[in-house]
Write a protein that binds this ligand. Structure first.
Ligand SMILES: *Cc1c(COP(=O)(O)O)cnc(C)c1O
Length: 360
């Protein structure tokens, strides 16, 4: 056995989550966001599985290249558009849609002599203050794009929410109003909603929803797991116990001796660590499942190994399965123990973990 740590990707869960998004999205088209290697689940695998998507959203051209190389013919939107003038040739060669969010990109387009039409999404900054034209610049940017013969006439107008997971906050309605005002009278389809907005702000549905998290069964809402929102986790991270020893009272476990045994006790060692993407900063007591039974991590997580208090699982044996997160142990619970969100953990699983697929 070369590698013991496994990331099992549940293709059926991906499909069911997509079907639920389809229901929630009504008539809107669906951009399945697959940036960051499909939130750590594998770009090509997810794109092949979600072949019903109307488009895929990626962060950079390289991901578009990978998808085209894998034979994916679906529309692909590069969410930050070209990073330099020379990128435009790649957009055309690979038939990628470009999000245009900045003056400099308009300048590159105007200087570009390639006659092939480029599909463009015009991004307006309504309050996130990351990418996008200010609302008062929207009409001028739209007019500049419309004047270009080599830009497709079907523009999509988009904005991104900063706090759509806060269902009682006035920020999302304020962004929706700012968007409607900025694009009033401009033709083009509308795209506003991410996962949280799809769940909490039906009025923001528009013509295209852009969803990532919920497709993977990840929660877009603080304090809730993906499963509580009706989405199935698409990744199980698991490994095996490779050692069980009884350690005596007052002895310490692992680097720095962070855990002191309060009594003679069985300590299990699981073959996974921060080198695999398990968060090193997880607080003491974060749970794992040993043969389906919860047991707390003790001591520091090291690069290749972590240690588990097996007092509650006396029947545990070397070779037993240890689940770090998955359908039976929400990744959101582990993320909370590590001061982060589930997205961060699935994105962080490293290359040395063996990825396998199942049909569930
Ligand atoms: C990542 C991203 C999304 C998807 O967000 P989720 O919360 O994962 O649904 C949508 N739109 C843009 C512009 C993004 O960068």
């Amino acid at each position: 056995m070369s590698r013991t740590a496994l990331a099992t990707i549940h293709l059926g869960a991906l499909r069911r989550n997509f079907a639920r998004v389809r229901t929630l999205a009504g008539d809107a088209r669906i951009m399945a966001v697959v940036k960051a290697d499909a939130y750590g689940h594998g770009l090509e695998r997810v794109a092949r599985t979600l072949d019903q998507a109307d488009a895929f959203g990626v962060a950079a051209i390289g991901d578009g290249l990978r998808l085209r190389a894998a034979g994916i013919g679906t529309r692909i939107v590069v969410l930050s558009g070209p990073d330099e003038a020379a990128d435009l040739a790649e957009f055309r060669r690979l038939a990628l849609d470009a999000v245009i969010h900045h003056e400099s990109q308009l300048d590159w387009l105007e200087a570009d002599r390639d006659p092939r039409p480029l599909r463009v999404w015009l991004k307006i900054d309504t309050g996130m203050h990351r990418l996008g034209f200010a609302p008062e610049q929207a009409a001028a940017a739209h007019a500049r794009l419309r004047a270009l013969a080599n830009v497709d006439r079907e523009l999509v107008l988009m904005t991104h929410f900063a706090a759509s997971d806060e269902f009682d906050s006035p920020r999302t309605p304020a962004q929706m109003r700012a968007f409607a005002q900025a694009v009033a009278g401009l033709d083009g389809a509308w795209s506003l909603a991410n996962s949280a907005a799809l769940l909490g702000w039906p009025a923001a549905r528009g013509d295209w929803v852009r969803v990532g998290g919920v497709l993977y069964g990840l929660s877009a809402i603080a304090g809730k797991s993906g499963a509580e929102l009706g989405f199935a986790p698409a990744m199980t991270l698991s490994t095996k116990l490779i050692s069980i020893k009884n350690i005596q009272r007052c002895e310490t476990i692992g680097y720095g001796g962070a855990f002191v045994c309060p009594e003679d006790m069985p300590i299990g060692v699981a073959a996974i660590g921060y080198g695999d993407g398990y968060p090193r900063g997880v607080r003491a007591g974060a749970p794992v499942l040993v043969n389906g039974v919860r047991a707390p991590i003790i001591g520091r997580v090291s690069m290749d190994l972590l240690t588990v208090d097996l007092r509650g699982v006396p029947q545990a044996r070397v070779g037993d399965r240890v689940v770090l997160w998955g359908p039976e142990l929400p990744v959101e619970e582990i993320a909370a123990c590590a001061g982060t969100i589930g997205y961060d953990l699935t994105c962080g699983v490293t290359r040395r973990v063996l990825f396998v697929e199942d049909t569930d």
